[in-house]
Design a protein around this ligand. Structure first.
Ligand SMILES: Cc1cc2nc3c(=O)[nH]c(=O)nc-3n(C[C@H](O)[C@H](O)[C@H](O)COP(=O)(O)O)c2cc1C
Ligand code: SF4
Length: 682
C-alpha cells in the first residue's frame, strides 16, 4: 500500500452520503459479518456491544450487524447468532444501537432466514425450510483439507442426540409466516433504534434459495420464471414498506452472480430481480456474489475476495459499475480494497458506498486514521482468514493481527494506573507487540534484541509474504512512535537483567529452528528457514532448480510460492492431509488452490524417510516415493525455547513470557499474550 497520508485526501471516501433518508457521515460501511458474539440465547453480549462500539468510535459511517435472525432459533445457523425475532431481544439491541449512536455512527441490521443453512434446526431435529430439497453435496478434494477439530465443529449440528437432517419444502402458509417474520423483525429493529434494515437476499440463504434456479426447482407460482423466483423477496419488501412506511431505510444484499454453477444466478436475471426490488421500494443495492459450496475456493471467489484487481471482468466492482449505470438508487460495493483503491472506485463513479469487512476487523480506527491523514498507522489486515474461518467452525469472530477483535470487553486495556518500567527481551512479533501495547498504556518500555534488526522470524516470513512484511513495518513504527527504547545486538544474561532493575520483565525470545532427526538432514543443500535468510531477501544460487519444502504449514506454502515465483520447481511435503492449518478455512483453501494452479506439487500424508544428494525419500500411504530436489528447505522445525525465562525464574526474577518462546502460537498467540500482560499490568 502506498503511503497515502501525504498524497491522498480521500475526498470521496470521506464525503457524507445518504441511503434514502439515512444520512451518513462518510462512505465507509462496516460489512455485515455474522460474528457469533451473541450470548447462547441470541441476546447481545458485552463483547458484541463493545465490538460494534469500537468500530463506531473508529469513524465508520454505518455499521451493519450481519445475519440477524428473523425467527431465532428457527431458521438460524448458530445459537450465538444475533436475534431480533422477539421483544426479549430488545434491551440488548437498544443498548447496542445507543452505544453506536453515541459516536456519530449509524447502524443497520442485516436480517435473514438461513434456509438450508439453518443448522440450529438440524441440531434440534427440526426440518430446514427450503424452496425444494437440495442436491447432495459433492465437495472437491481441497474441501477435505480440514483438521479433526474443525470437522467435529462443522459436524456439530449433525452429531447431537437430537440431530436430524431433514428439509421442508415451504408451503404457502410457511411463506406467509416467513414474510411476517421479516416484517415483524424489521419493525423491532426500528424500535430498537436501528437506522435501517438490509435484507439478506444472497449467499445461499432462504430468500436467495428462492432466487437461484440451482435450488428453486419449484413448478408453482414461486418457481420457474425469474419474477416467480423473486416473489418471496418482493413480497417481503412490500410488506415491510406497508408496515414501516416509505421513509424507513431499507435495502438488499444480493448476488450479482453465482460462480461454479451451471444452473446458478446470472447477472442479467439478477438485474431483473433488482429492478423488481426497486419497484417494491428499496433505497439501495448492496451487490455481492456467491458460489457453489462444493468448490473450496467458493468464498474467496464470491463474497470474501482474496484479491482486488481494478477493472477485472467479473469482479464485484465491475458488476457495481454496470448496475450503477442502470439504476437510480445508491450502489454499495466491496472486496478487499485498500483505501486508495476504494477512493478510486468512488471517484470513477463505480459505486456510492464501500463496505469494508476484514480491514475494520483488523483496525476499527481505519476511518479516523484516514481523516487524520495517518494512513500509515492503520493496522494492516494480513489475510489469514481467522475471522471468517472461526465462523465456519462455530467460534466467535477474532483476528490474528488484533487480539482485541471480538474481545473488546474482556481485553479492554486502558491507560495504566501506575506506569512501570518494563524490559522486553526479544524484538520479534511477540516482543514488538508487547512493547507496543505496554507503551501505549503508558509504561516506559525498553526492548533488547539479540540480532542486528527488529522482527525475528517475521523478517524471514515477510520475505515470502509481503503482508507480513507490511505488518512488521507497522509494528515497528507503532512501537517507535510510542517511545519504546530499542537496543539491538544485545545478548542478554540473567546478570544483565538483574543489574538493569526494571519493574517488570517480559521474555519474548521466540522459537528455535532445528533439523529433524533424519538421515541426510545435515547435508549441505538442506537449510532451515533462518539459514536461508540472505536468499529470502535476494534470489541467488543458494537454492537450486528443484526444491523440496518439508512442512506444509503456512510458512512452507509461502516459501514454496516464493520459490515458484523465482522460477524453481517445487514440492511441499506434509505429513497430514491438511496444508496451512494455521489459516482460517477459506484462506487455506485459496492458498492450496493457488499453489496447485502454480504447479506446486503438494505431497500430503507423506513421511520423510531420508534425504539424499538429489532426492528426498518419502513414504506416502504405505508406498515409497522419491522426490527430486537440489535444495531442501525445512519449514517445520520450530520449537519453543523457554531457556531464558526458566533461567530468570530460577534466579528469582519474575518474568512474563510472550509468544513462541513458551508456546508455538505464532502472531495470534503472541498478540494474545501481549494483551494478557498489558491487562495484568493495567
Ligand atoms: C467474519 C465474517 C463473517 C461474515 N458474515 C457475513 C454475513 O453474516 N453476511 C454477509 O452478507 N456477509 C458476511 N461476510 C462477508 C462480508 O460481508 C464481506 O463480504 C467480506 O468480508 C468481504 O469484504 P472485505 O474484503 O472488506 O473483507 C462475512 C465476512 C467475515 C470476515
Ligand atoms: S483474521 Fe486475518 S483476515 Fe481476518 S481481519 Fe484479521 S488479519 Fe484480516
Amino acid at each position: 500500500m502506498p503511503s497515502m497520508g501525504v498524497t491522498m485526501s480521500f475526498e470521496h471516501l470521506l464525503a457524507p452520503g445518504h441511503i434514502g433518508t439515512l444520512k451518513l457521515r462518510n462512505r465507509i460501511i462496516m460489512a455485515p459479518m455474522g460474528d457469533c458474539l451473541s450470548n447462547v440465547d441470541g441476546t447481545v453480549s458485552d463483547n458484541q456491544a463493545a465490538y460494534f462500539e469500537a468500530r463506531a468510535r473508529g469513524g465508520a459511517g454505518l455499521l451493519l450487524v450481519g445475519s440477524v435472525s428473523v425467527s431465532y432459533p428457527y431458521g438460524s445457523f448458530d445459537e450465538r447468532q444475533t436475534a431480533a425475532s422477539d421483544d426479549i431481544y430488545l434491551p440488548g439491541l437498544i443498548d447496542l444501537t445507543t452505544r453506536v449512536h453515541r459516536h456519530g455512527a449509524r447502524i443497520a441490521a442485516q436480517i435473514t432466514h438461513n434456509g438450508q443453512m439453518s443448522l440450529l434446526d438440524t441440531a434440534n431435529g427440526r426440518p430446514m425450510l427450503v424452496p425444494a430439497p437440495p442436491k447432495a453435496p459433492k465437495p472437491d478434494h481441497i474441501s477435505t483439507m480440514v483438521t479433526e477439530g474443525e470437522v467435529a465443529a462443522m459436524m456439530w449440528a449433525y452429531t447431537q442426540p437430537t440431530s436430524q437432517l431433514s428439509y421442508q419444502a415451504a408451503t404457502e402458509s410457511d411463506l406467509a409466516w416467513v414474510v411476517e417474520r421479516f416484517v415483524d423483525t424489521s419493525e423491532r429493529c426500528q424500535r430498537a433504534g436501528f437506522d435501517g434494515v438490509e435484507l439478506h437476499a444472497g449467499h445461499g440463504y432462504l430468500i436467495d434459495e428462492f432466487l437461484t434456479p440451482s435450488m428453486n426447482t419449484r413448478t408453482d407460482g414461486w418457481g420457474g420464471a425469474v419474477e416467480n423466483r423473486a416473489r418471496l423477496l418482493v413480497d417481503i419488501l412490500r410488506a415491510i414498506r406497508a408496515r414501516l412506511g416509505p421513509e424507513f431505510p431499507l435495502w438488499i444484499r444480493i448476488n450479482a452472480v453465482e460462480h461454479h454453477k451451471t444452473d446458478g444466478e446470472t447477472f442479467e436475471e439478477q438485474l431483473r430481480v433488482i429492478e423488481l426490488a426497486i419497484e417494491a421500494g428499496i433505497d439501495a443495492v448492496h451487490l455481492t456474489a456467491y458460489a457453489s459450496t462444493d468448490v473450496a475456493t467458493g468464498p474467496t471467489d464470491g463474497y470474501a475476495p482474496h484479491r482486488y484487481v481494478k477493472d477485472a471482468v467479473g469482479s464485484l466492482t465491475e458488476y457495481a459499475r454496470i448496475l450503477r449505470s442502470r439504476v437510480a438508487v445508491p450502489v454499495i460495493t466491496f472486496g478487499r480494497m485498500e483505501p486508495d483503491e476504494a477512493e478510486e472506485v468512488l471517484a470513477e463513479g463505480k459505486a456510492d458506498f464501500i463496505v469494508m469487512g476484514r480491514k475494520l476487523l483488523a483496525d476499527p480506527d481505519l476511518p479516523n486514521k484516514l481523516i487524520a491523514g495517518r494512513s500509515d498507522d492503520i493496522r494492516p489486515c494480513i489475510y489469514q482468514y481467522r475471522c471468517i474461518g472461526n465462523i465456519f467452525v462455530r467460534d466467535s469472530v477474532h483476528c490474528v493481527g488484533n487480539a482485541q477483535t471480538g474481545r473488546e470487553h474482556d481485553l479492554a486495556v486502558g491507560p495504566a494506573a501506575s506506569p512501570r518500567s518494563v524490559l522486553v527481551i526479544g524484538g520479534g512479533p511477540a516482543g514488538l507487540e508487547t512493547a507496543r501495547v505496554l507503551s501505549q498504556a503508558g509504561h516506559a518500555v525498553t526492548l533488547w534484541e539479540a540480532g542486528t534488526r527488529l522482527g525475528g522470524m517475521l523478517v524471514h516470513a515477510g520475505a515470502a509474504d509481503p503482508l507480513l512484511e507490511r505488518y512488521l513495518g507497522w509494528l515497528i513504527r507503532q512501537a517507535e512512535q510510542n517511545g519504546v527504547s530499542f537496543t539491538l545486538a544485545k545478548s542478554v544474561t540473567v546478570d544483565d537483567v538483574r543489574a538493569a532493575a526494571f519493574d517488570e520483565v517480559v521474555v519474548a525470545t521466540g522459537a528455535t529452528w532445528g533439523r529433524p532427526p533424519l538421515p541426510g538432514a545435515e547435508l549441505a543443500h538442506v537449510f532451515t528457514v533462518p539459514e536461508l535468510g540472505a536468499w529470502l531477501r535476494d534470489d541467488g544460487d543458494q537454492v537450486g532448480a528443484r526444491v523440496a519444502v518439508i512442512g506444509g504449514g503456512k510458512a512452507g506454502l509461502s516459501l514454496a510460492d516464493l520459490c515458484h515465483k523465482r522460477g524453481r520447481t517445487v514440492s511441499v511435503i506434509e505429513p497430514t492431509h491438511v496444508f496451512a492449518p494455521e489459516l482460517g478455512i477459506p484462506g487455506r483453501f485459496r492458498l492450496v488452490a493457488d499453489a496447485e494452479a502454480n504447479g506446486i506439487d503438494l505431497v500430503a500424508r507423506a513421511t520423510v524417510t531420508g534425504i539424499g544428494e538429489a532426492t528426498v525419500q518419502v513414504r506416502v500411504d504405505e508406498s515409497d516415493r522419491s522426490i527430486a530436489a537440489d535444495t531442501v528447505i525445512i519449514a517445520s522445525g520450530a520449537s519453543p525455547a523457554p531457556g531464558l525465562a526458566d533461567a530468570l525464574r530460577a534466579a528469582g526474577i519474575h518474568a512474563h513470557v510472550a509468544g513462541d518462546c513458551h508456546q508455538l502460537a505464532r502472531i495470534e498467540g503472541a498478540n494474545l499474550d501481549a494483551a494478557a500482560i498489558a491487562l495484568s499490568l493495567s
